[in-house]
Design a protein around this ligand. Structure first.
Ligand SMILES: Nc1ncnc2c1ncn2[C@@H]1O[C@H](COP(=O)(O)OP(=O)(O)OP(=O)(O)O)[C@@H](O)[C@H]1O
Ligand SMILES: [Mg+2]
Length: 422
């Protein structure tokens, strides 16, 4: 193991990461709309961290059991897109840190196309978090070096630590030969989390956001068995708890609750819903400076969905009725909600075959719930073929079935199609 001092410029790394991401999108033929939404989202996340409204109950419940060293518990926080999961997780991490827990939060949206970077990032974040709470970097690195030498069965991957010259200084971690042994890299990172908890006598909490992308690692030839590696980490935990989170609700429920899945029965599932009416109005009023009556109108249109409320608040023109803003954002080609709906549909339906047929079904459901025979009539898709399309749309959380009728679950997506077919 080697240790060297390097200079690093965090802002440049972020900007480089983004240009690589943008390059990827372009090279895969994904258009400017998505590019700009990806950019918008990234900027929103990077630059604007608004005050967190409410979510006290959700954070308190997680905080209580995760900060206890007596309880060994793992959670899955699942819920629709942009409903506020990451906001809750950020708040949770901060509060855990205040209680002396070594808590790290990693987002698989970042490692989706570069899985081999994940083990390095996990070790790096754990090291830096522990160092920021407990003393000098050199000491923490020296202990980590000892821990890694004690890990048996890891023959190929070797960690190299570097201290940046940033202020305050932080550790960079490079795993040598991880490219050809990514599974071993994963194992090493999870075992380090366990080793750190034992060595430091602290509780360690690892938060894995956008977990659906980790599940996808399992289908890559070099990472086959990634879920088994994670299961072994979860089962071996002494004082390490894991919190996984994501918006693919059906998919994640299947991964966590299906008896055939390696992760079956290991996570307590918490579903995140929108903000309650009082807090939804508070968010809208704070973001727009509007009066309570307008906030009530916004809540009536989009419920307690924080992103939709913020989109309405931030794009409303002076004196405009909230309903008119909503209409404009859904129908104008550059409207934030229309671009968002396009992005969701491209993400979910783009890679598979039959995209146009999915859209036909969604268009048919725009005006309201329909039984399968009416969907067949209005789309021209044969009754025998429809169950496959409906099944996929349910899997993607785009539609639901109630009393024999299918409907679009999300209000904005529903209104987007209602306006498209009007
Ligand atoms: N309680 C809250 N108070 C203030 N703003 C919030 C709150 N919850 C969410 N937001 C804002 O709403 C947007 C979406 O929130 P967030 O990123 O937490 O959602 P998410 O569920 O993690 O989304 P995704 O499914 O895309 O990962 C962000 O701009 C965030 O700042
Ligand atoms: Mg999120």
């Amino acid at each position: 193991m080697r240790l060297k001092i390097i200079s690093c410029n965090a802002a440049r790394i972020v900007s480089l990461a983004y240009s690589l991401f943008a390059g990827f999108l372009r090279s895969h033929g994904i258009g400017n709309t998505i590019y700009s939404i990806g950019y918008m989202t990234m900027l929103m996340t990077a630059l604007k961290l608004p005050e967190v409204i409410d979510r006290q109950e959700e954070v308190r419940e997680l905080l209580e059991s995760l900060s206890s060293r007596k309880k060994s518990v793992n959670y899955a926080l699942i819920g629709p897109r942009q409903i506020g999961k990451t906001t809750i997780l950020r708040e949770l991490r901060k509060r855990l840190e205040e209680k002396g827990v070594v808590a790290v939060h990693l987002d698989f949206g970042v490692y989706r196309y570069a899985p081999i970077d994940f083990p390095e990032a996990l070790i790096k974040n754990l090291l830096n978090e522990y160092a920021s709470q407990s003393g000098t970097l050199e000491k923490v690195i020296a202990r980590a070096t000892g821990l890694f030498s004690g890990l048996k069965g890891l023959k190929h991957v070797r960690p190299v630590f570097e201290i940046g010259t940033d202020q305050p200084p932080s550790v960079m971690v490079h795993l040598e030969r991880v490219e050809s042994n990514p599974r071993e890299g994963l194992e090493l990172a999870f075992r380090y989390a366990d080793g750190l908890a034992k060595d430091s006598g602290r509780k360690v909490v690892v938060i894995l956001d956008e977990f659906q992308h980790f599940v996808e690692f399992d289908s890559q030839p070099k990472l086959r068995g990634a879920l088994d590696v994670f299961r072994a980490a979860v089962d071996a935990r002494g004082d390490v708890s894991y919190v996984v989170s994501g918006s693919r609700v059906h998919f994640l429920r299947d991964v966590l609750e299906n008896g055939r899945s390696p992760l079956f029965g290991r996570f307590n599932i918490k579903e995140v819903g929108g903000l309650g009416e009082r807090y939804a109005k508070e968010l809208f009023m704070k973001a727009s400076g509007a009066a309570e009556g307008d906030a009530g109108e916004a809540y009536g249109l989009v419920g307690g969905h924080p992103f939709y409320l913020l989109a309405l608040a931030e794009n409303r023109k002076a004196g405009e009725r909230v309903a008119a803003t909503y209409d404009r954002l859904l129908t104008s080609p550059t409207g934030a909600l229309r671009m968002y709906a396009n992005y969701i549909l491209a993400e979910d339906l783009g890679p598979g075959t039959g995209g146009a047929r999915f859209v036909k079904v969604l268009r048919a459901l725009g005006p309201g719930p329909l039984a399968v025979s009416s969907i067949s009539k209005s789309t021209g898709i044969k009754l025998t073929n429809l169950p496959w399309y409906l099944g996929r749309l349910i899997e993607y959380d785009l539609i639901g079935k109630k009393d024999g009728e299918y409907s679009i679950e999300d209000r904005v997506i529903r209104d987007y199609f209602a306006k498209a077919s009007a």
